[in-house]
Design a binder for this molecule. Structure first.
Ligand code: SF4
Ligand code: SF4
Ligand code: SF4
Length: 165
């Protein structure tokens, strides 16, 4: 593909598919009862935010932590749970992030004739499989919801929603 055409295609896809405008409140791992996050409002120092080695824990408008996958993903380092003073995050709970990931085939480069494996390259779990070098899909029986694939996708074709929605 000619360089100019390729750039045009990338910018055209990127302009059509922006990251979601509305906040997606995927909460940190090590929590099994979503309702417990209401306690976070009373947690003055919010130590989980500082403890996160990937700096993906942010606070929503209600000062409740959520995961922002724009720049990185969760390594399940356990640090947020170790410092949580109110047992909202507890190490004994599963390392489960309640997010369901998928690939938008209408905008994904590899679904539209352009070689790209950015999502697969960062997936520690090898949860993304290609048909040859095209048509990637995410196997949600393997995916941990870590979010590393989200920010690296050039046209923002990796989507996620709170699970169960
Ligand atoms: S487990 Fe580690 S990387 Fe994941 S959200 Fe908690 S502190 Fe951040
Ligand atoms: S440390 Fe625990 S209680 Fe405090 S904001 Fe984070 S998750 Fe909530
Ligand atoms: S497919 Fe799932 S496990 Fe792989 S990087 Fe994306 S969110 Fe993480």
């Amino acid at each position: 593909m000619a360089e100019a055409n390729k750039e045009g295609r990338f910018s055209s896809l990127a302009s059509r598919f922006k990251k979601s405008d509305k906040p997606l409140h995927v909460r940190p791992p090590y929590n099994e009862d979503e309702s417990l996050f209401s306690i976070c409002v009373e947690c003055i120092d919010k130590p989980c935010v500082e403890a996160c080695e990937e700096s993906i824990i942010r606070l929503d408008g209600d000062k409740i932590p959520f995961l922002n996958f724009e720049t990185s993903g969760c390594t399940f380092c356990e640090e947020c749970a170790k410092v949580c003073p109110h047992d909202v995050l507890v190490l004994n709970n599963k390392q489960f992030i309640k997010a369901k990931f998928s690939i938008d085939i209408s905008s994904c480069l590899a679904w539209n004739g352009v070689m790209c494996s950015s999502c697969k390259d960062v997936c520690y779990e090898d949860a993304i499989s290609f048909l040859g070098v095209f048509r990637p899909t995410i196997d949600m029986s393997i995916c941990t919801g870590c979010g590393f694939c989200y920010g690296v996708c050039p046209p923002y074709s990796v989507k996620y929603e709170v699970y169960p929605s």
